[in-house]
Design a protein around this ligand. Structure first.
Ligand code: ATP
Ligand code: MG
Length: 469
């Protein structure tokens, strides 16, 4: 342990603290991760005194160029040293009044400070003071819980969760990230208090939710959210995927469980948060599009299109970015059946061309999602799908090589058409442009300017247009 503490930051800090006669401790996530051998560059320092003053002194002693960030309202300050981020705060005590979410915050001892923390594994500190440098302070048994792989609150869980309901999300988040169990009484308290998550801002909820999604195996975390009764509070659309309906002895699969498998499959192969979101939402419209047909049993016709329409409103409600990330998820949801449909029929060049044209640079992500979507329990079926899939991949490569269709623009533009026929922007221009694009995608004409111009003339003639004299 002392070797880690030999870092320049701790040495300088220890010296400064001795000079000022105040006590300093490293606390929270960094201490936990030290014992878990997870490398962390985020250091939280608690000062039994003013955190801001200590930060200012450190900033000067280290001779840092980058400005010290001071948050007066919170009594905290943050500095950056190499690739380390160090946050300073004065030790504090929090008391919550019934009926109010805002705690009363006062200066407190280190013990008070540890007591207000969320979990025992996050409520450990290491002294940086000369007399007992490197000593662990662990009043709630965080060490033991690290060994037992337990997420447990330092106080009565009903109190901890009710004081700040976000901690329920954090319990699931740490349990998922670290592959720990949530202590049983704690989990029961979460179930009792789940509804209180509703008073927490969506931004804070999403911070934790995205961390769950970015874990190695996020599926387990989502299942916990559902079992704890938290998921429905902020994401009822996802919760609605859960369950199985039976009619005339026919059951459909549980789409929530399926979605979690797809999510884990994608997560095995990609760290892209937004592709993980696409996995989460790919079947989101199944409840809304579910029908029972006498002839075919359960069907979900059009769920990809309906799902595509749901992505925007869901992102808006969850306070997720309404930018190209959202558009990417929309596109994945809309196209998620296309490769699999392809793999089930004879793979024609034109179908592959169309897919390349629509997916553009996102084709690799789409293929990944689509393969992850194969969760059938029937090994024969899985094998057949995967074989056909390989065929689609080969074909994609071939056509790509031949036609270079990614981010493709047809060889004749709207301007060309207007110029040739002497037109202003109008419906006919669009019709001709589409006809040329379709002819190329269908393979009726090659992807060449000369042939495209010929086709333009033919199409114009059909509509009674004549070339500009
Ligand atoms: P990571 O940075 O890897 O997400 P962390 O443990 O550092 O993990 P932070 O959210 O950075 O988590 O919080 C730092 C510390 O502050 C925690 O270890 C915990 O002691 C305390 N903490 C953070 N949020 C809360 C909260 N809502 N309630 C109580 N204590 C909290
Ligand atoms: Mg942290």
């Amino acid at each position: 342990m002392e070797t880690f503490l030999r870092h320049r930051i701790f040495e300088v800090l220890s010296g400064l603290a001795a000079g000022k006669g105040v006590k300093v401790y490293v606390i929270g996530g960094w201490v936990r991760d030290l014992f878990l051998k997870r490398e962390s560059k985020d250091i939280d320092i608690v000062v039994a005194g003013s955190g801001i003053e200590m930060a200012e002194a450190m900033h000067e002693a280290l001779g840092l160029k980058r400005k010290l960030q001071v948050f007066k309202n919170f009594g905290t300050a943050m500095l950056h040293y190499q690739d380390w981020q160090v946050e300073f705060v004065g030790a504090r005590k929090e008391s919550y009044r019934h009926g109010s979410r805002k705690p009363i915050v006062e200066d407190g001892s280190l013990e008070d400070d540890l007591k207000r923390r969320d979990f025992t594994i996050n409520a450990m500190a290491i002294s940086l003071n000369k007399e007992d440098f490197g000593t662990l302070i662990d009043p709630f048994g965080g060490q033991k819980d690290l060994v037992k792989k337990l997420v447990r609150t330092p106080l009565d869980p009903d109190v901890t969760y009710s004081d700040d309901p976000l901690r329920m999300m954090r319990a699931v988040r740490f349990s998922t990230q670290l592959d720990f169990q949530i202590h049983k009484p704690s989990f029961e308290a979460i179930r009792r208090n789940a509804g209180r998550l509703g008073i927490v801002s969506m931004e804070r909820i999403m911070d934790e939710f995205n961390k769950i999604l970015l874990a190695d195996k996020p599926g387990r975390g989502l299942l916990m959210l559902q079992e704890a009764g938290l998921l429905g509070v902020f994401f009822p659309e996802l919760e609605a995927l859960s369950g199985v309906e039976v009619k005339h002895g026919k059951a459909h699969k549980d789409n929530f469980i399926h979605t979690l498998k797809v999510l884990d499959n994608v997560s095995d192969r990609s760290d892209n948060l937004w592709l993980r979101w696409a996995a989460l939402l790919h079947d989101i419209a199944k409840p809304a599009s579910k029908r029972y047909e006498e002839a075919n049993g359960w069907t979900f016709h059009g769920h990809e299109y309906l799902g595509y329409k749901m992505v925007g409103p869901i992102f808006r409600k969850l306070k997720l970015p309404m930018n190209e990330k959202m558009k990417f998820v929309q596109k994945m949801v809309l196209l998620h059946l296309r490769p699999i449909v392809l793999s089930q029929s004879i793979v024609t060049d034109s179908a592959v061309r169309r897919l390349l044209f629509e997916a553009g640079d996102d084709i690799d992500d789409l293929m990944l999602l689509c393969e992850a979507d194969i969760t059938s329990g029937n090994p024969e079926k899985v094998k057949r799908y995967l074989n056909n899939f390989e065929l689609v991949r080969q074909k994609l490569e071939e056509i790509e090589e031949k036609d270079r269709l990614r981010n493709w623009q047809p060889p004749v533009t709207g301007e060309d058409i207007m110029e040739y026929f002497g037109l202003k922007p109008c419906r006919e221009v669009g019709v001709i442009k589409t006809a040329i694009r379709e002819a190329i995608l269908d393979g009726h004409i090659p992807n060449q300017r000369q042939e495209a111009l010929e086709r333009m003339k033919e199409e114009g003639k059909k509509m009674g247009l004549t070339p500009k004299p």
